[in-house]
Design a protein around this ligand. Structure first.
Ligand code: NAD
Length: 479
């Protein structure tokens, strides 16, 4: 049984409490490692380490920071097999997905921000007789809190821009998926990241996360997770005037117009609904289909969904792995029951699965397709975050837009049409931070990433992230 440790001031340390939480392998339901059950004392130690490291790190040249970050990226790539296996065992996603998406993207995050920092510049505003220029300084000690669905991918998406800009970080991965963050700590040490620049405190959200939100010397928090948790953090941090970046939940619409390329739409919509067990904030969980092609789309879509074979995440033939926790399995199953109670029809799936062999006690649910429910039903309003998708017909563009915009969320949307004007018109009217037209989850790391309404505040990605992690100061000089 492996014991995970905190990483504070360059050392691997047990939690001050001496207590550990169980860490489960979702595919088997077995406890396979122990995670520190840290509290505010560990956060306090991490903040001291970060504060001590800050003067030297913030004075380090961008070239040196960049070199260290590129070494981290290279080591992640070198250890792809080990990290991918660790991610899959911890999270439940198929191993091929960890290898092709999660771990390469974690390396890319360090590579991207490690090179972007070399091209980051600030503005000058010359005016008659005066010159204004903007200095951008690191904030100091910043907090990064990440969720369990894309563990190393999202953890590094926050840490990389924070350290590139000269900040020192106190970071908390999800207590459900701590393993790759633990392995990253060793990689950072090996790559020569100075002690205290990155500190990782493991533990529960309401303990470690709350202590981070409350700590006076953590001046900014970058958070990705649920909308309710974002509200809790904001309640504590906003009156302290901390800078906040909140990437929250979604209930993303996928609008299929009759003039689309039907094969592409059916294939990609299945991927958009069920990749990573539907546990991606960008998953299209509400599919609105123009009524004239409803039956044809449904048939093709379900044909593609049937290919999402559920089973052992280590089996290369598996397309859909296990759900992250028993609590999450119960939540997903409860929503399938709610759909039935609301009068919905299960067009495919709808059941828990117990595969044969080592995964017999794992947390698996069939890819589930529901129809017959209006856009205002709970199933079409609340985030399920699992392998459950709902099909809803529409008659006009206005109706599709009104249903798409009817939830409190506004993270991502997909539009399927071959009509260029319609594509642009609908994209402009969608209440959403991201719109994909005839594609899904194509990510260019330079683009602004984030949501509107209850899906969040602020943007990550590209220069937006470097701006978030720096404080601008205008200097005005008489010429
Ligand atoms: P969560 O909000 O339960 O937990 C996220 C992180 O916050 C974890 O590390 C957790 O320990 C911590 N946390 C929990 N309570 C806290 C508190 N009171 N104070 C501070 N930290 C606390 O979310 P989750 O279940 O891990 O992840 C799923 C959610 O994340 C979904 O809603 C999903 O849509 C969202 N998500 C959003 C994005 C995005 O980019 N917008 C990306 C991925 C996931």
């Amino acid at each position: 049984m492996q014991t995970i440790l905190n990483f504070i001031g360059g050392e691997f340390l047990p939690p001050q409490s001496g207590n550990y939480l169980n860490n489960y392998e979702p595919a088997t339901g077995n406890i396979y490692s122990k995670v520190p059950d840290s509290d505010e004392r560990d956060v306090a130690l991490a903040v001291v380490a970060a504060k001590n490291a800050f003067p030297a790190w913030s004075a380090t040249s961008i070239e040196v920071r960049s070199e260290i970050m590129l070494r981290i990226a290279a080591l992640i790539t070198e250890r792809l097999e080990q990290l991918a296996l660790a991610e899959t065992i911890d999270q439940g996603k198929p191993l091929w997905l960890s290898k092709s998406m999660d771990i390469p993207r974690a390396a890319q995050n360090f590579h991207f921000f490690g090179t972007e920092i070399l091209h980051f510049a600030s503005e000058a505003h010359p005016t008659t007789g005066y010159l204004n220029y903007t200095l951008r300084s690191p904030i100091g000690v910043v907090g990064c809190i990440s969720p369990w669905n894309l563990p190393l991918y999202l953890f590094t998406w926050k840490i990389a821009p924070a350290i590139a800009t000269g900040n020192c970080v106190v970071a908390k991965p999800s207590e459900l998926t701590p393993m790759t963050a633990f392995l990253l700590a060793a990689i950072c040490k090996e790559a020569g990241l100075p002690a205290g620049v990155l500190n990782i405190v493991h533990g529960l959200g309401h303990e470690v996360g709350t202590a981070m939100s409350e700590h006076r010397d953590i001046h900014a928090i970058s958070f990705t997770g649920g909308t309710n948790t974002g509200q809790k953090i904001a309640k504590i941090a906003a009156p302290m005037f901390k800078k906040l970046s909140l990437e929250l939940g979604g209930k993303n619409p996928n609008i299929v117009f009759a003039d689309c390329n039907l094969s592409d739409a059916a294939l990609t919509s299945a991927r958009a609904a069920f990749t990573n067990q539907g546990e991606i904030c960008l998953c299209g969980s509400r599919i609105f289909i123009e009524r004239s092609i409803y039956s044809e789309f449904k048939e093709k879509f379900i044909e593609n969904v049937r290919k999402f074979t559920v089973g052992d995440p280590l089996d290369p033939a598996t397309r859909q792995g296990a759900l992250v926790s028993l609590a999450h399995l119960d939540k997903v199953l409860s929503y399938i029951q709610i759909a039935k109670d609301e009068g919905g029809t299960i067009a495919l799936g709808g059941n828990q699965i117990n595969p044969e062999g080592r995964c017999a006690n794992g947390w698996f649910v069939e890819p589930t397709v529901i129809e017959g429910l209006g856009a205002d039903c709970r199933i079409n309003q609340e985030e399920i975050f699992g392998p459950v998708v709902s099909l809803v017909p529409f008659d006009t563009e206005e109706e599709a837009l009104s249903m798409a915009n009817s939830t409190p969320y506004g993270l991502a949307a997909v539009v399927w049409t071959e009509n260029l004007s319609k594509a642009h018109r609908v994209a402009a009217k969608l209440e959403s931070g991201i719109v994909w037209i005839n594609c899904w989850m194509v990510r260019d790391l330079r683009t602004p990433f984030g949501g509107v309404k209850h899906s969040g505040v602020g943007r990550e990605g590209g220069f937006e992230a470097l701006k978030f992690f720096t404080e601008p100061k205008n200097v005005c000089v008489k010429m």
